[in-house]
Design a protein around this ligand. Structure first.
Ligand code: ADP
Length: 597
């Protein structure tokens, strides 16, 4: 409370006012350099060098003014600033130095005289610093010392040595001529939770602790109390944040461990690389797959491309492009080169690690599966060749028998022979499909190209089909009046396959519709049935090798799952397209196009 008008106090009011003033001073003491005790060891924290030099010049200035002797052990920069200030306030430093009242030492140089194996040596310290104090005191004077060796050790990261040196200063204070010691530390040296205990230790070594200028520069008790309250609030929220951070760190550590385990112990090869192709990490499965050690793989000189045969480079480039655009490469098959030079077939999927230019790749060794596929293909090829010859002879002898029996007019036997012929034809078609498949796999399916009328071919196939099917009518609509260039028999094979499927997969219908049309560039042939249809999710798969839709509730249909694959390859080979439109339970329409001549 402030008042300008004169007021007379009762003795009890005076006592109360005095009590308050003392309480305020105790709570929020101000530093007064002229009220220095005989023997003190205090520490000043500071944020700004200018503030430190201010305090220091007042400490030394008032000391010299009061007839004390002063020793400053500082860094060169602080010493220069200090002496400039002292001269500016009119002190004759040279004279004080000559009288032995002012001694300035370099902190680093003095340290070099007292340090042994990274720690201050008590004997050397007493010898170097103790004797200097005795000399400066000249037996009677009070000595003021500013020491910055501890602060230097702290900044250098040698905190145990700083604390030890503080202890030695205290020992010295108890053994020789009394002196006041002023230490100063920059608060920057304590930023971090790890400094909590050492900070406490430093404070413990001093008889007085002076907060940095953010507090000390405040003059009114009210401002100081507010500052303390604010600091308490900050300390509380910091503590809460630290506690929360620790929980988060722990969770992160557990999660990191979990993923590390997933990475290290995975059976699938996993690598991390940048987009340029340099490997950053790889698990054991990936290293084993390629035969390299981790050091070899992660070496700067190792590039992802080195591990891929040249003909697969475009796949890796496509993958990187897809990664940059969509964040994932999708899965693709390629080969890697083992360190020994052996090729390994793999299935790869690469994903971008979010917000980075790095990606994580998953690599599955499929060389065994490929080898099995190869053996399967070889078996199909061999088996179909072996079956072809006896079935062809069977067909020949069957036709011979039929011709003989026609003359003998044995109706019953002829009937059975006709049924046998149908089955032999089915068998022949299956064998031919298998043969075509293996020829396609090895690129040996030959095409005899010629110009031919599509309408005539379609009509011919429809007529044949009509002759053999007793269950369905095949209705032909439209005409193209167009010529195409290609293998007439192979296109006929596609038509037969699609018509057979239309009949096979519509057991409760009696009609198959065929349409033929043309636009400017192509002929479009469509085969529509009214059968079981194909659900959307299977529609792209039915053109794959050996794929058959197997729906739990549906009855199974005979077949090998290769007719559509062969048809699709034939149409593609002719520069056309084959696709399906269908809904489950609502029949299917297969369309194919052929470019006009
Ligand atoms: P498959 O010998 O099994 O008929 P395909 O390659 O000709 O072999 O056909 C593959 C699969 O596509 C068939 O198993 C069948 O599930 C489905 N499919 C083909 N055509 C039709 C159709 N017209 N209607 C319904 N499903 C069909």
């Amino acid at each position: 409370m402030t008042t300008t008008s004169k007021k007379t106090y009762t003795s009890s009011e005076t006592a109360e006012a005095l009590r308050q003033t003392i309480a305020e001073r105790e709570l929020t003491p101000h530093l007064n350099w002229s009220e220095m005790g005989e023997s003190e060891h205090f520490v000043q924290f500071y944020e700004n060098d200018v503030f430190l030099v201010n305090s220091l010049s007042e400490f030394v200035g008032t000391g010299l003014g009061a007839g004390d002797s002063c020793i400053v052990i500082t860094t060169k920069a602080h010493r220069e600033d200090l002496e400039e200030r002292l001269k500016a306030i009119g002190l004759d430093l040279a004279a004080a130095r000559t009288r032995g009242e002012y001694n300035a030492l370099d902190a680093v140089e003095t340290l070099s005289k007292i340090m042994v194996d990274g720690m201050p040596d008590a004997d050397l310290f007493f010898e170097v610093v103790g004797s200097l104090i005795e000399r400066t005191a000249q037996g009677r004077r009070h000595v003021r010392i500013f020491g910055e060796m501890v602060a230097h050790l702290w900044v250098e990261g040698n905190q145990p040595a700083a604390i030890r040196l503080e202890e030695l200063w205290n020992d010295l204070r108890n053994t020789i001529h009394p002196f006041s010691l002023f230490c100063a530390y920059s608060t920057r040296g304590f930023a971090g939770e790890v400094y909590g205990i050492p900070f406490h230790e430093i404070c413990k070594q001093h008889s007085r602790v002076i907060p940095d200028e953010s507090y000390s520069a405040l003059t009114s008790p009210d401002e100081r109390l507010r500052a303390i309250t604010l600091l308490q609030q900050k300390a509380n929220s910091l503590e809460a944040e630290i506690a929360e951070r620790k929980i988060v760190e722990e969770r992160l550590r557990i999660s990191e461990n979990r993923y590390r385990h997933l990475f290290d112990s995975n059976l699938i090869g996993v690598f991390v690389s940048d987009f340029a192709g340099t490997f950053l990490d790889a698990n054991d499965a990936f290293l084993n797959l390629l035969g390299y050690s981790r050091e070899e793989l992660l070496a700067e000189t190792m590039q992802r491309d080195t591990l891929t045969p040249p003909e697969f480079h475009y796949l890796s480039q496509n993958a990187v492009k897809a990664l940059q655009e969509t964040g994932a490469s999708g899965t693709y098959e390629k080969e890697y080169l083992h360190k020994s030079g052996k090729r390994i077939a793999v299935l790869v999927a690469v994903t971008r690690i979010e917000q980075t230019d790095t990606c994580i790749g998953f690599v599955l060794d499929i060389s065994e599966r490929k080898e099995l596929d190869k053996r399967k293909d070889e078996f199909i090829s061999m088996a179909s060749h072996e079956l072809k010859t006896p079935v062809t002879s069977l067909k020949g002898f069957l036709n011979l028998l039929q011709r003989r029996l026609i003359t003998q007019e044995d109706e019953k036997t002829l009937h059975y022979l006709a049924r046998m012929d149908t089955q032999v034809n089915k068998l022949t078609r299956l064998i031919n499909d298998l043969l075509d498949l293996s020829k396609m796999q090895s690129g040996q399916l030959d095409y005899q190209a010629e110009r031919f009328q599509v309408d005539a071919l379609v009509q011919e196939i429809v007529d044949n089909m009509q002759g053999t099917s007793h269950t369905h009518r095949v209705l032909l609509e439209g005409q193209a009046q167009a010529e195409v260039f290609g293998d007439r028999d192979r296109i006929g094979q596609v038509l037969i396959n699609l018509l057979n499927n239309a009949i096979k997969y519509s057991p409760h219908a009696d009609t198959v519709l065929m349409r033929i049309a043309k636009d400017r560039h192509q002929v479009v042939v469509s085969i529509q049935d009214f059968g079981i249809g194909i659900a959307q999710e299977y529609q792209h798969k039915i053109f794959e090798r050996f794929y058959q839709v197997t729906d739990a509730e549906e009855k199974t249909y005979p077949g090998l799952g290769i007719g559509l694959y062969i048809s699709c390859q034939i149409i593609k080979r002719h520069g056309g397209q084959l696709w399906v439109e269908s809904k489950k339970g609502e029949g299917a329409t297969f369309h194919f196009t052929l470019p006009l001549c």
